[in-house]
Design a protein around this ligand. Structure first.
Ligand code: SF4
Ligand code: SF4
Length: 298
C-alpha cells in the first residue's frame, strides 16, 4: 500500500516517526509538510498543491487545521488515491461544516474522520483497513495474575502513545492498570484537545483516554468502573432516550449504550468511559457510576 502524508506541527512529525519506527517507511511514497500558521480560511488551494505527486492508495492528513484540510481531495485526485484519513483532534480544527464540505467535494473518495486518531477501526475500505489493522484504536494482549506480567501491543495509537503507556504497566496491580493507563496518557504529548467538542459533548482528550482504557479492560477481561442502568427505574417511554443520545462514545460510533430485548437501556462496561454525562442526562435518575470488578462479555 502506498501512503501519501500531509502533516503539520509536532503532532504530524510524531505520527510520521511512529509509522516509520513500526516498519511503514517503505509504504510512505511522499510527504508534504505545511506551516502551522496558515490562514483558517483559504480561497485558492492551487499554490499549496505539491508538484510531481506520486501514485498513492491512501492519503493521511495529520495536524492540519482549518481549510487547508480541503487539500486532501486535491491530492487524492492527483495521486489517484480513493481513500483518506483525516483524524480530528480539536473542534476548531475540523468544524462539522468543513467535514461535510470535504466529503462532498470528493464523493468517489472514502474519507474517514476518526475522532481522535486512536479511535480508528477498519471500515470496509481496503487501504484504510490495511492501515487500521496496525494503527488506530489500541488493542492489547495482556498476561496477568494480580499483577501485569506481560503486555503486547497488537494495535497502537498512530502517535505512539500506546507503546509509551504499556512500557510503564509491567508489575502494576491488574486492578489499577485502567486508571494507571489514563494517567500515563495524560503525561504523553497527546495532541487531543481538552476543549469540549459540541458534536459529542466531550473532549478529544477524554475520548482518547476511553480508547486506551477499553484496550486495558479487554486485555484483562474486566472493568473496574462503569455506568450501570437500574432496570427498576429505566423507562424509555418516559424519556427521550437521553442516555443513548448524549453518550460521547455512541456519538463517535460505538455501541456503549444499547437497548436490550426488554427495551431497557444497557451500558457496555468495556467501552464506558464513566464520563457521567448519561447520569446527568437521564431524567429518571436511572444511571449511576459503580466501582467493582465487572466481567466483560467474551
Ligand atoms: S437510562 Fe434513563 S435516559 Fe436512558 S432509556 Fe432509561 S430512563 Fe431513558
Ligand atoms: S458514563 Fe454514560 S455517557 Fe459516559 S461513556 Fe459511560 S455510558 Fe457513555
Amino acid at each position: 500500500m502506498k501512503i501519501y502524508l500531509l502533516i503539520s506541527g509536532k503532532y504530524g512529525s510524531r505520527v510520521v516517526n511512529n509509522l516509520a519506527e513500526h516498519g511503514m517507511a517503505s509504504n510512505i511514497v511522499g510527504m508534504e509538510e505545511f506551516p502551522q500558521d496558515l490562514p483558517e480560511f483559504i480561497e485558492d488551494f492551487t499554490s499549496y498543491i505539491p508538484q510531481n505527486l506520486p501514485p498513492a492508495d491512501l492519503i493521511i492528513a495529520v495536524g492540519l487545521s482549518g481549510d487547508i484540510n480541503m487539500i486532501v481531495t486535491y491530492i487524492a485526485q492527483e495521486t489517484g488515491a480513493k481513500s483518506a484519513i483525516i483524524p480530528v483532534y480539536d473542534p476548531q480544527q475540523m468544524p462539522p461544516g468543513l467535514q461535510k464540505e470535504i466529503q462532498e467535494s470528493a464523493p468517489d473518495v472514502r474519507i474517514v474522520f476518526p475522532k481522535p486518531f486512536c479511535s480508528l477501526e477498519p471500515v470496509g475500505d481496503a487501504p484504510i483497513d490495511e492501515f487500521a489493522t496496525r494503527f488506530g484504536k489500541p488493542v492489547l494482549f495482556i498476561k496477568s495474575d494480580r499483577y501485569i506480567k506481560k503486555v503486547e501491543v497488537l494495535r497502537g495509537a498512530p502517535c505512539g502513545s500506546t507503546d509509551y503507556i504499556v512500557r510503564g504497566l509491567w508489575s502494576t496491580p491488574a486492578e489499577e492498570a485502567e486508571s494507571s493507563a489514563t494517567l500515563k496518557l495524560h503525561n504523553y504529548p497527546c495532541n487531543a484537545s481538552s476543549d469540549t467538542d459540541p458534536a459529542v459533548g466531550d473532549t478529544s482528550m477524554h475520548l482518547a483516554s476511553y480508547q486506551i482504557k477499553e484496550a486495558i479492560k479487554r486485555g484483562l477481561g474486566f472493568a473496574m468502573k462503569t455506568a450501570v442502568v437500574d432496570p427498576e427505574k429505566c423507562n424509555p417511554e418516559k424519556c427521550q432516550e437521553e442516555c443513548i443520545k448524549s453518550c460521547p462514545q455512541v456519538l463517535i460510533g460505538l455501541d456503549t449504550v444499547t437497548f436490550n430485548p426488554d427495551k431497557m437501556a444497557e451500558i457496555d462496561p468495556a467501552t464506558c468511559g464513566y464520563c457521567e454525562i448519561c447520569v446527568r442526562e437521564c431524567p429518571l435518575d436511572a444511571i449511576e457510576i459503580k466501582s467493582g470488578r465487572f466481567k466483560l462479555n467474551e
